[in-house]
Design a protein around this ligand. Structure first.
Ligand SMILES: Nc1ncnc2c1ncn2[C@@H]1O[C@H](COP(=O)(O)OP(=O)(O)O)[C@@H](O)[C@H]1O
Ligand SMILES: [Mg+2]
Length: 151
C-alpha cells in the first residue's frame, strides 16, 4: 500500500504526530477526502491549538468550496458539499448541554452528514458515542508545531 494513502502515517509512534501548520492542513485535507458521512469528528484542544484550522482543511478535502469560518458566535455553520451536508460546530460558548436542543443538535445528528465539533466536552452525555476523536496540543519545544492524536 502506498504510504500516502494512510490517513494516519503508519510510523506515528502511539498516534502522536508533531506537525507544522502546512502538514496539519495536508493531513486534514486527506482525512476529509477519505471521510464518509454519516460521520462525527470531534476536535479537542486548548484555544489556538489549531482546531478551526484543521476543521477548515477537513471541509476542503471533503469538497466544501465556500470559505469555512470559525462558528464562534453562531455555534453552528452549515456548508454544502457534493457528498453531503457539513456541519462545523464550536461549542466553546455553550453554557449547558441542554442548550443543544434549540440549536437543532438532535436533528443534525440524524442526518447523513459530516459533523465536525470543536469543544465536544461541552456537549456532555449528548455527544454521540460513535465519533472519531482528534486531539491537538501545543508542542512545548516549538511554537509553530502542534501534536495531533487521532483515533
Ligand atoms: N502547526 C500548527 N498547526 C495549526 N495551527 C498552527 C500551527 N502553528 C501555528 N498555528 C497557528 O495557530 C492558530 C490556530 O488557530 P485556530 O485554528 O483558530 O485554533 P483553535 O480553533 O484551536 O482555537 C492559527 O493562527 C495558526 O496559524
Ligand atoms: Mg476554533
Amino acid at each position: 500500500m502506498n504510504a500516502e494513502h494512510h490517513v494516519v502515517p503508519a510510523l506515528a509512534p502511539r498516534g502522536h504526530l508533531v506537525m507544522r501548520e502546512s502538514e496539519l492542513v495536508a493531513w486534514g485535507e486527506r482525512f476529509g477526502a477519505e471521510a464518509h458521512a454519516p460521520l462525527v469528528v470531534t476536535l479537542t484542544g486548548e484555544l489556538g491549538t489549531g482546531k478551526t484550522t484543521l476543521a477548515q482543511a477537513i471541509c476542503r478535502g471533503y469538497g466544501v468550496e465556500a470559505p469555512v469560518t470559525s462558528p464562534t458566535y453562531a455555534l453552528i455553520h452549515e456548508y454544502a458539499s457534493p457528498r453531503s451536508p457539513v456541519y462545523h460546530i464550536d461549542l466553546y460558548r455553550l453554557s449547558s448541554p441542554d442548550d443543544l436542543t434549540q440549536l437543532g443538535w438532535d436533528d443534525l445528528l440524524l442526518e447523513r452528514a459530516l459533523v465536525i465539533v470543536e469543544w465536544p466536552e461541552r456537549a456532555g452525555a449528548r455527544l454521540p458515542a460513535e465519533h472519531v476523536p482528534i486531539a491537538l496540543d501545543y508542542d512545548p519545544d516549538d511554537e509553530s508545531a502542534r501534536i495531533l492524536l487521532a483515533g
